[in-house]
Design a protein around this ligand. Structure first.
Ligand code: ACO
Length: 403
């Protein structure tokens, strides 16, 4: 609504819109969402087609450059990224200095921030070549850092990237491989990872992307802006929902609770519990990403021969919800996070890594949105107004006179 600052008349008329529920901060040609119909497209292409046919780096190219690459462009782009996956040795020492129990998102954020110190030749937001280089460096080095953050927590040695492998195979090897053993990524797992990253690659003006744009609007460099996005994504209300789903499924299993009994508790809002992984601010229909994720879950579990009772439990909860008036009336459907945790667990990632995987996936979207902002002649420094509710002017009180 429109509100007038009650105490400072110079505030004038401003829109008061907590959470920016109704405020568009920008125009954008990158991602289209129709929440009522459950539609998501990158640069006009339906997410299902991209997840089916494309690779993560191809989607990154599309998001950043606006068009699908030709064969030559894709090869060039892929080579550029895959040949930059190494980190400076001092970088590794910096990583090794963090406590073992540090959250990998905190380590990743610090690492991305530190890119500004190592790559001072690509910090100028208005130099196209420098921006291209910093974008490629991020796409190449964030997966390496993510794998290192994981290995440090495990107490395992850090491996060197093998640039003969694809970005995703390399990431899997750096995460799960051992120094003296050859590691060959399972093609089903590598493809599943590729698809999950594609499904997370952009989601228009979500909290972390808005953070990237806001920091970038002050003309901060790309690395610094992306590290702000990682900070936003680390919040449980944004990137942490799949971990919350796993916790919920584990609790139901551990207590041997009947799924129907759990759902009754959700509907009665006992202890404020919600069905985690259900509902979305924008989607009031089946999240198109969730549909695809479910098929990936089936493929991966079958391939690994994993019988995870949590998958059956999740499917049971979904089945109950889709027939229940409480969920139907409120348009609550599974969101992208409902099944991803089950897949990540089956592949071998610990729960703390789930948000890190989200960050690797969202990286192309952050970069594309930041670049779009830099090129947009309408960009202004992000600087919201407020409605002041504090004290009116008053005189300083001497210490002796304070009560
Ligand atoms: N379980 C049970 N009831 C729910 C759920 C849920 N998961 N989600 C919403 N509701 C109910 C609310 O109680 C409310 O009911 P009421 O109108 O009778 O009071 C109604 O549905 C609308 O809910 P809001 O909270 O107003 O919807 P909002 O758009 O603000 O919330 C959100 C969206 C935060 C995602 C919510 O659905 C939720 O908490 N879901 C569970 C957490 C989750 O999965 N988050 C991940 C989001 S996806 C992502 O970040 C990648």
């Amino acid at each position: 609504g429109i509100a007038i600052g009650p105490l400072r008349k110079e505030t004038g008329a401003v829109t008061f819109d907590p959470g920016f529920m109704n405020t568009a901060n920008t125009t954008s040609a990158i991602t289209y969402i129709d929440g009522d119909e459950g539609v998501l497209r990158y640069r006009g292409y339906p997410i299902e087609q991209l997840a089916e046919k494309s690779t993560f780096l191809e989607v990154a190219y599309l998001l950043i450059n606006g068009e699908l690459p030709t064969q030559g462009q894709l090869e060039n782009w892929t080579t550029q990224v895959e040949h930059r996956s190494m980190l400076d040795e001092r970088f590794k020492r910096m990583f090794e200095a963090y406590p073992r129990d540090a959250h990998p998102m905190a380590v990743l954020q610090a690492g991305v921030s530190a890119l500004s110190t190592f790559y001072q030749d690509s910090l100028d937001p208005f130099d196209e070549e420098q921006v291209r280089l910093s974008s490629v460096r991020l796409l190449a080095k964030v997966p390496t850092m993510a794998a290192y953050a994981h290995r440090i927590a495990q107490g395992h040695a850090l491996l060197y990237p093998d640039n003969r492998l694809s970005l995703i195979e390399n990431f899997l090897r750096l995460t799960f491989g051992f120094p003296v053993q050859e590691y060959v990524a399972d093609p089903v797992i590598a493809r599943a990872m590729e698809q999950l990253l594609i499904l997370h690659a952009d989601h228009e003006q979500n909290c972390s992307t808005s953070a990237v744009r806001l920091v970038g609007s002050a003309q901060a460099n790309l690395f610094t802006s992306i590290s702000a996005g990682i900070g936003a994504l680390s919040g449980p209300a944004h990137g942490g929902a799949n971990a919350a789903v796993m916790e919920m499924l584990d609790t139901i299993s551990a207590e041997g609770m009947d799924p129907k009994v759990f759902m009754e508790k959700v509907k009665k809002r006992e202890d404020g519990i919600r069905l985690m992984g259900f509902g979305h601010r924008v989607y009031k229909n089946y999240d198109p990403r969730a549909k695809f994720v479910k098929t990936i879950a089936d493929d991966v579990l079958e391939r690994l021969g994993v019988q995870d009772e949590r998958l059956e439990l999740a499917m049971k909860l979904e089945e109950i919800a889709l027939k229940d008036d409480y969920f139907i009336e409120r348009k609550l459907y599974p969101n992208v996070d409902f099944y991803t945790g089950i897949i990540y667990k089956a592949i071998g990632f610990p729960t703390e890594m789930f948000t890190v995987l989200f960050a690797i996936g969202r990286l192309p979207g952050w970069i594309a949105q930041w670049q779009e902002m830099v090129h947009d002649p309408d960009t202004k420094i992000g600087r919201p107004r407020q409605i002041y509710t504090g004290e009116p002017r008053r005189e300083y009180v001497d210490m002796a006179a304070r009560t």
